[in-house]
Structures are given as C-alpha cells and as structure tokens.
Design a protein around this ligand. Structure first.
Ligand code: M6R
Length: 598
C-alpha cells in the first residue's frame, strides 16, 4: 500500500527520498513521486510505474544540493494509476505540496465545495483536496491551516507536507494510517514504515492520531491534537538492518521461508522455561468465549487457532474476517477474549475490529509482529511474534510465528496430561521445518509440472482444512493460478463439477483420526480424473501411495502440530510456481504488504 518518506537534513534530499522509497517498494505500489524545495521553490517529479521510471527523471537532481523533501509510492484507490494521479500534489500557488496515505471518505463533498470556491483539480484522487484545503485555510500559519484542514477530513490519513514559506521544514500528521518520525544527527526523517529510514536511524517517535510533527535538520517538534507543544519519547528499533536485505536469496519470500526455524525459535524460546510455558507479561484469565479476528494469512492462522483452542481447552471460539466483524453485530462482552492477529499491526480493518471489541468491553490480546504498531499499542496485551521484518508481500514466516504464538497461548491454558509432551513437541518444530527446507527437490518438481495449471484445488479436513486455506491463498496471490480450498467432505456438494481429467488437487492428510474419510474423498475426485498431490507424515506414506500421484512427505509429527510443519511445502510450492511463471514474486500484482485502507 502507499508509502511515505520525508527528509530534512544535511544530505542530498532527493537521494535520501529515493533510498527511502526503494525500501518501501515491498509495500506494493503503481506510481511514485517526490517533491523537494529548491531555492524556496517546490519542484515535483512523479510518474506512473516502477521506481526505476522515477529514478530516470530525477537523476540530475541527485547531483544538486537539496535538503528538504517528501516522497511517495502510490497504490491506487481513487483514480487510476497515472502520472497525474501520482503524488505529490501541489496547491494552485505552488505553496503547499502533500503526499497522502489512506482514504478521504468525504472528498467528493469537499471537492464540490472547493470547485465552487474557484479551485481546479488536476487529478481524480481523493488526496488532492488536501492541498487545496491547506491553501484555502492558510493565513500565514501552517499549523493552524493544517488543523483546520484535518478537521474537515473524514477517513484515514498519513500526511507529509512541505510549504515554500518554510523551506527548512517538513510537516506531518496522521489518523488511522501509520506514520513515524526518525531522529538522526543533523537530519530527521518521516516515514510510513521503519525500513525506509533504518539505514540512518534507529531512534523513532511513533505518531499518535491528530498529532502534528515538524522536522528540520536539527529539530523535531510535536503538537498534540489541541495544538499544544508536547515532548515525546523515542523508541529504539532493534531489528537487524540486514533483515531487510535479501542476503544472497533470489527473493525475500524464499529468504523468509528459510528464516522460519529461527523465527519460531525466537518466538517460543524465551517463553518456555524448564519445559513450562510462561507468558510473563500477559494477565489473562481463562475466558468463557474467544473471538479471533484478522485478515488474509493472519485470519488463516486464526482458523488453526479455533481448532486448537476448542480441542485443547473446550472454549467456544469464533473466527472472523476483520472487515466482516466490524460491520456485523458480534455477540461479545467482558467474558469474551478477543484475539487480534496481524503481522504489520497496521491493517486498518483489523485495527477497527480491535476498537469494536474494546467498545464492547472485551479484553483484547494482539498477536503482532511489528513492535509499536497501532494494534500493538491499542490492545490490552500483546504477544509479539519475533519474526523480524517480513518484506515479501506473501506472508510466510509471519504465519509460522503466528501459529507458534497460538500454540503457546493454547498450551499456557491447557492443563491436560499431555502438557509436557506437547511443550516438547512445540520445541521440535524448528528442526522439522529445517528438515523440509533441506529436501525441496520433490516440491520443485511438482511446481515444474503444475505451474501452467488453470486451477489448483486444496482439500483437507479439520486442521488440514485450515492449512489448505493458507496453501491456496499463497498459491493464488503469487502465481495467479486460480485456487480454492475445500473441506474434504464438501467438494462433492458442488465444486466437484470443476474436477476434470488432470485437475490438480493438493490434499493434506496429517490427521489420522479422519484419514479414512479423506481417503474416500480422494477416491471420489480421482474417479473424476483429479491429479492428486498428498502432503502427509512419512509414517503414512505407505498407506497413501496407491491413491496419490505425488507425495510430499513431512516428518512424523503429532497431528496437533502438523499445520505449522506442513505449510512450508505449500509455501515453497507457491513460490516455485511463481518463479517458473516469471512473476514478480515479492511484489505480486495488485497487492500491498500492509493494507491500510478499508
Ligand atoms: O499485516 P497483517 O497480518 O494484518 O496483514 C493481513 C493480510 O493483509 C495479509 O496476511 C495478506 O493476506 C498477505 N498478503 C498474505 O500473504
């Protein structure tokens, strides 16, 4: 989704902005632009397409001396991707220039009024109203104009602004869209996301809704929502900078899959002492009901959570997609624990779902990867997944660590006789994934056979169904192959009509108690010509041999822990299909890493 950078300092602003935008590329975008102050004048360079296009039109500016500027990568929501719709947008007197992340929901009515007031619009974006509003309200004081402007805006925004009356400064403000300020030496930064500035500083301020920050090369000043000057504390980012580099892997996605064993160890290791799960910082009582809310891959981790919590704890669990949860009337009260799952901690639907749960007096526990993100800050308790930065749009190690956190949580409440055994098995997960990562030939071969398929189905029962949902999402988002996941018993209620000779169906068979049922379901699709790929524990291979065209074995693991192991071959399969198709694996079309609009 859109990315923002802002710079004021002693280095060349254009080069710094381009560096920041490069680091934000992974968020997904379709156009990019920068604006900088040159001898008191605002200059804008922007264009549709990849950053390389922008690089070509700013190469001269990189040699010149400019010290203040803003930059943007745009993921189109209102108005097609085009040069004109790209950000930054300037006011009619060229005094203000803005970049915007988020959506201004009431932009049509503001636009109509501004047109009546004599303003012309160049773009079809919602964002352009902001520059004209700033111009409209400006009587010599930017802060005043900015407050008046944001009071008129409905929706979400992170804004970075330059004004030629203040040639040394960059202004910013946010509401429901992430924004941070970075503190450097003789330079300060604004960014929508930490990787953009990590090379230059680890000291960041997290902006709260409606706070305004002004940066210059030497100073960072904050105002609260009432316009009062305030002091804020910096937070230290502890990420390893190399974590956002490919380190020899062809793609971030492959690197991140290979990081799963370490990421899981980091997530569970510090929370297990003497074979006992200790979640120190959490003050949770056993709830009467659990609601898990998330989007995409995080939602699929939640579906695994439902099966686990219900099986181990006998607590009723609902799982919901955040955008649905928010607009239905969920039955939720102070006896309900709401678990919010999010890698970025900034997904807007998930953030709003969190707020809805809190409004209904539910205690909210967030399973989040990004420290200091909005969701982490607003939840009552946080269980961090220590996956490190995830750059590829397709979530992989985040899913594995989300599952690890769910296992930790479920086991921390579990009082059954298998407790010790389960805790031991959880600790064995990283080495089992390591084993899969050391023998990927069969997965690659399967991808080489199937990457041209029109459609690939996934099928499983129970935990295997939850896992299949994630396998299917991974495949479609990066290989663009149509895919659907079905419970084993459900296919014959309609979708089996799509099975014809050679249709690939990836079947998860890791749950022995329902193995025979799945075998019958596989026979049903085989009878219609399906090409069957089975993922199962090594010890079950012999039994499955006769019905499978290909078997992708995983180490022998207790069925309870199978999803966290069996997802790795699915991720690798999706990855190799995408590579064989020549797709942009890390930045799949139309997708954004962090979805900060509704
Ligand atoms: O940052 P979040 O975990 O809240 O993101 C949720 C989804 O947008 C995300 O998992 C998305 O589905 C990924 N592209 C999946 O690979």
């Amino acid at each position: 989704m859109c990315g923002i950078v802002g710079y004021a300092g002693d280095k060349n602003a254009v080069a710094m902005l381009m560096h920041g935008l490069k680091k934000l590329e992974y968020r997904g975008y379709d156009s990019a632009g920068i604006a900088y102050l040159s001898q008191g004048e605002i200059k804008v360079k922007k264009c549709k397409g990849r950053l390389v296009n922008l690089q070509n039109i700013v190469s001269d500016e990189i040699k010149e001396e400019h010290h203040v500027g803003i930059g943007h990568t745009r993921w189109a929501t209102h108005g097609e991707p085009s040069d004109i719709n790209s950000h930054p947008h300037v006011s009619r007197d060229n005094r203000f220039c803005i970049v915007h992340n988020g959506i201004i929901e009431n932009y049509m009515s503001i636009r109509e009024q501004l047109i009546v007031d004599g303003y012309n619009f160049e773009s079809t974006t919602d964002s352009e109203v902001i520059t004209h509003l700033l111009h409209y309200h400006y009587k010599g004081d930017v802060i005043e104009a900015l407050f008046k402007t944001i009071h008129q805006l409905e929706g979400s925004y992170a804004l970075s602004i330059i004004c030629n009356d203040y040639p040394d400064q960059v202004f910013c403000v946010r509401k429901d869209s992430p924004l941070i300020v970075g503190k450097g030496k003789n330079e300060n930064f604004i960014a929508s996301d930490i990787p953009a500035i990590l090379k230059y500083t680890r000291d960041i301020y997290i902006m709260e809704d409606h706070e305004i920050a002004i940066i210059s090369s030497k100073l960072v000043t904050f105002y609260n929502s009432l316009g009062k000057k305030i002091e804020k504390q910096t937070m230290k980012v502890t990420w390893d900078e190399n974590a956002s580099e490919k380190e020899g892997y062809e793609h971030f996605m492959l690197k991140e899959i290979h990081e799963e064993p370490v990421a899981i160890t980091k997530t569970i290791g510090p929370r297990i002492k003497n074979n006992e799960i200790i979640l120190d910082q959490l003050v949770l009582k056993r709830p009467k009901k659990i609601i898990i809310v998330a989007c995409g891959t995080a939602y699929h981790a939640g579906v695994v959570g439902k099966y686990l919590f219900e099986k181990l704890l006998r607590i009723p669990v609902e799982v919901d997609v955040a955008s649905e949860f928010r607009y239905r009337d969920p039955i939720i009260d102070k006896h309900t624990l709401t678990i919010i799952i999010s890698q970025s901690g900034e997904t807007i639907d998930t953030l709003f779902a969190l707020r809805k749960a809190k409004e209904n007096n539910s205690k909210v526990l967030a399973i989040v990867n990004v420290v200091g993100s909005s969701i982490a800050r607003e939840a009552d308790d946080v269980l961090y997944t220590w996956a490190g930065p995830e750059i590829a749009v397709a979530s992989t190690k985040a899913y594995s660590t989300q599952l690890s956190a769910i296992y930790l949580l479920a086991l921390s409440f579990y009082k059954g006789e298998k407790y010790k055994d389960y805790v031991n098995q959880l600790q064995d997960v990283p080495k089992m994934i390591e084993h899969i990562l050391n023998s990927t030939d069969q997965v690659m071969k399967t991808a080489s056979l199937l990457y041209n398929s029109k459609s690939i189905f996934f099928m499983g029962r129970g935990l295997d169904y939850a896992l299949s949902m994630e396998g299917s999402l991974k495949l479609k988002e990066i290989s663009y192959i149509h895919s659907e996941a079905y419970p084993g018993g459900e296919l014959k209620h309609g979708t089996i009509a799509l099975i014809e000779k050679g249709t690939p169906v990836i079947c998860s068979l890791t749950q022995p108690d329902i193995l025979e049922k799945m075998i019958s379901n596989i026979r049903e699709i085989k009878a219609r010509g399906a090409f069957v790929i089975v993922i199962t524990q090594e010890e079950q291979v012999e039994k499955i041999n006769e019905i499978a065209d290909i078997i992708l074995p995983i180490p022998n693991v207790d069925p309870l822990f199978a999803p966290i192991i069996a997802v790795t071959p699915m991720q690798l399969f999706a990855y190799h299909c995408s590579v064989y198709k020549g797709n942009d694996v890390d930045k799949p079309r139309n997708l954004a890493k962090s979805v900060t609009v509704e």
